[in-house]
Design a protein around this ligand. Structure first.
Ligand code: FE2
Ligand code: FE2
Length: 134
């Protein structure tokens, strides 16, 4: 499993959003580090819980910015968030502490999701920047 990195093309230019994406990347990397070492997998379950909370917080921060700056694509973007939240909560973490393969599959799934999510944010962020929300 490779460590995720936010290369410059994935830094979108609105500080609050970039910092939250970075925090999500860091947590996913922390999960990988636990799986690659022999650390206690109960810590992994805690990190997944923290990731869920952070994703919800991040989506609501983006949605507040979209409302504040009257982003025309708000509804579509919010629908993408809602689908992501449903998928995240669908992840079956019940065997995470007993089987490292479960953790590995979840971490891979979340990594893929995060990069897709950041790319989906690009249009919204370029609109927000034009409106001065940096
Ligand atoms: Fe985002
Ligand atoms: Fe988003």
């Amino acid at each position: 499993m490779e460590t995720l990195e936010l290369d410059p093309s994935l830094l979108l230019g609105v500080k609050e959003i970039d910092e939250q994406h970075k925090e999500l990347v860091d947590l996913i990397n922390h999960s990988r580090a636990i799986l690659q070492s022999d650390q206690d997998l109960t810590e992994l379950a805690q990190i997944f819980h923290r990731l869920e909370q952070l994703i919800i917080h991040h989506f609501s921060a983006e949605e507040l910015l979209m409302v504040k700056y009257k982003y025309p694509g708000l509804q579509h973007h919010k629908e993408m968030h809602d689908i992501s939240v449903r998928r995240t909560f669908d992840l079956d973490v019940s065997h995470i502490t007993s089987d490292p393969k479960v953790g590995e599959a979840l971490v891979n799934q979340l990594s893929e999701w995060l990069f897709k999510h950041i790319k989906e944010d690009a249009d919204m962020v370029s609109y927000l920047k034009k409106q001065g929300a940096c």
